[in-house]
Design a protein around this ligand. Structure first.
Ligand SMILES: [Zn+2]
Length: 231
């Protein structure tokens, strides 16, 4: 779905029958991708990049909103196609993306395993364990709150913890579009926060939703629930 002249929300079919929505934005010198799906999804995203009129090898920047497997999983596959692309992540989530810390959701499931609430055969646990084992990647640029990347009309980092400890959303300054990752969702045409069932800290997530709403917004892109335009 084309959002503006230089923003496209990709729609990649996911296992549960819905879509993941990595976002593509560009200018004369940069082709930027926000989030990369689960492991194995790199080729599908590469196809969508071609449909948008680019070559996957033209990717210059991959920005990760947060550490979860459905956001980092296709990054290494895309980096094989575009080895010079720079990877960005918020400084708090970077160690989880790089694998120097156990990812938040995997740690949660390991806790359930230790307490006997689940056993080794639990499918979500297995998916996270095997998925992360092959998905960790170096984060070249560790972002801070308020930092602005000086391309594609200005990309402002907005620290929005809650869904994970280091979740960030990205404000595309020229178009006033917020790339929300999982910090916000659209339910019945309204902007709501992170899905509570998948949230690390609900109180922080609620504050983050208010922070997102405080921006001058033309629209929001939510990774799991789509695009909402504000008139
Ligand atoms: Zn997600």
């Amino acid at each position: 779905m084309k959002i503006t002249e230089n923003i496209k929300m990709l729609e990649i079919p996911e296992p549960k029958g819905d879509f993941y929505r990595p976002t593509l934005t560009w200018d004369d010198e940069h082709l930027v991708l926000f989030d990369t799906g689960i492991p194995g999804m790199g080729a599908l995203i590469a196809e969508e990049i071609k449909k948008a009129g680019f070559k996957p090898e033209d990717l210059t920047d991959i920005i990760i909103t947060h550490q979860d497997i459905d956001h980092i999983g296709g990054a290494l596959e895309l980096l094989k196609l575009a080895p010079d692309a720079k990877v960005y992540g918020y400084e708090v989530d970077a160690p989880f993306i790089e694998g120097t810390e156990t990812p938040t959701k995997l740690a949660l499931m390991q806790g359930k395993l230790d307490s006997g609430e689940i056993d080794e055969t639990d499918s979500f646990y297995q998916m996270l364990k095997t998925g992360f084992a092959k998905s960790h990647l170096p984060v070249d640029v560790k972002l801070k709150d308020g930092e602005v990347l000086d391309f594609c009309g200005g990309i402002e980092t907005v620290f929005t913890p809650g869904h994970t400890p280091g979740h960030a959303t990205f404000y595309l300054q020229k178009s006033k579009i917020m790339v929300c990752g999982d910090a916000a969702n659209i339910v019945d045409g309204k902007l709501v926060g992170s899905n509570p069932a998948m949230t690390w800290d609900n109180e922080k997530a609620e504050a983050s939703l208010e922070k997102i709403k405080s921006f001058d917004l033309a629209g929001v892109i939510c990774y799991h629930t789509g695009f909402l335009e504000f008139k």
